[in-house]
Design a binder for this molecule. Structure first.
Ligand code: ATP
Length: 377
């Protein structure tokens, strides 16, 4: 055909209010998004931000109070779950205890009238995909948590839905197993090539697997971007704090100039110090006297005893905490202005500690390694 294909999933002004005795509770304020066919897309945010409600509306298990939901270009806002071409996987996998692994996976096929050799072939292929071929005869209680999760996944995929919705599916697993399963899920999604929509409150999980992430807060999307963009260019204080660790500095603008790449705010700083930050488009107008918040990641900050030369951002401070973590050391540095700055220092084989508790140090970073946050956020 001609023209671009419709997105696999599209939400237009979708909102959800729940009636309660004390009036309406708004679970989702308004969400607009488009998810492409074959994308691994995550909804990430703290407990209660509305991500599960959003996922359940995509699946048809909740009806939006306002807005429209489109799957592959057709409006399904009022379509029941069993007539949408999507499948849902929960944290509690709810396997049938009396059926073996193959029986659990075959269950959905039987209901669709697929039997005999065709059914057996599809079950075998699915068990190979999730690497459970050798365990087809086991009962769920004879499996580990990770293996049970794989069965649940195989069962959800065997009907070949066009999209799979996953609600914290790894939440019950311990950290090591969860990390293994994250890589596995990503591999499986790549192999089957269908759209995954994944709900999690775990930022490292979202960063590991996703093509794009919508960070949600209080029923709204704060930022929707690829993992690297979210980390390197968080638009709001919430996103900067929720994804990884970040330092946020709040300063008054002395003047606005331009360098080779665009406008730059020169900020108030102490004697011998210098602070500046590039100004990107959606900041609105920033002028002399405006207050700006900038964020800089702990691993972008250099720490030296001597004041470094050059056109870099520079702060001085005193080391108040040193935590050795093997591959890196975390330093906490207090500035005379009252800012507490975290620095991650990568330990190489020949490095001694670069500073000790109580030392006076200089902190420096490249201006373009810091990012200005949207005002009021
Ligand atoms: P969690 O990670 O804790 O599951 P979440 O981000 O998935 O959180 P939701 O489950 O979508 O959040 O809930 C969003 C808000 O809507 C919460 O304040 C919740 O209490 C409320 N809510 C959810 N379901 C209902 C319901 N059936 N009736 C009333 N309020 C609800």
């Amino acid at each position: 055909g001609t023209g671009a294909a419709a997105p696999a999933i599209e939400l237009i002004g979708v909102a959800k209010d729940y009636a309660s005795r004390r009036g309406a509770v708004t679970a989702v304020e308004t969400v607009d998004l488009q998810i492409a066919e074959g994308e691994f897309f995550s909804l990430l945010g703290p407990s209660g931000c509305g991500k599960t409600t959003t996922l359940r509306m995509i699946g048809g298990f909740e009806e939006p109070s306002r807005g429209q939901i489109l799957l592959h270009g057709s409006d399904v806002t009022a379509t029941p779950p069993n007539r949408r071409d999507v499948n849902l996987v929960f944290q509690s996998y709810a396997l049938f205890p009396h059926l073996d692994v193959a029986g659990n996976v075959a269950f959905g096929l039987k209901r669709k009238g697929i039997r005999g050799q065709a059914m057996r072939d599809r079950v075998t292929n699915m068990l190979e995909l999730v690497e459970l071929g050798a365990l087809a005869d086991r009962k769920p209680k004879e499996l580990s948590g990770g293996q049970q999760q794989r069965v649940a996944l195989a069962r959800a995929l065997v009907n070949e839905p066009r999209a799979l919705l996953l609600d914290e599916p790894l939440g019950a697993l311990d950290l090591k197993l969860r990390e293994t399963m994250q890589i596995e899920l990503k591999r499986i999604q790549r192999e089957v090539g269908i759209t995954f929509v994944y709900v999690t409150h775990d930022q490292s999980e979202a960063l590991t697997m996703s093509d794009r992430i919508a960070v949600m807060n209080k029923g709204r999307i704060e930022q929707l971007a690829a993992p690297r963009d979210l980390y390197e260019r968080p638009r709001t204080r919430f996103v900067a704090g929720f994804i990884g660790t970040s330092n946020v500095l709040r300063r008054t603008v002395k003047t606005v100039t331009t360098d080779g790449t665009g406008p730059v705010a020169i900020l108030d700083a102490g004697i011998d110090e210098q602070l500046m930050v590039p100004l990107h488009d959606d900041l609105g107008s920033v002028t002399t006297g405006s207050v700006v918040e900038l964020t800089v990641r702990p691993e972008k900050i250099g720490m030296t005893v001597e004041r470094p030369d050059g056109d870099v951002c520079l702060l001085r401070g005193r080391v108040t905490e040193v935590v050795y973590l093997g591959t890196n050391t975390t330093y906490t540095v207090f500035t005379p202005g009252g800012d507490e700055i975290t620095v991650f220092w990568q330990n190489s084989s020949d490095s001694a500690d670069i500073a000790r508790r109580g030392d006076e140090v200089w902190l420096s970073w490249r201006e373009d390694h810091s990012f200005a946050l949207a005002p009021g956020a």
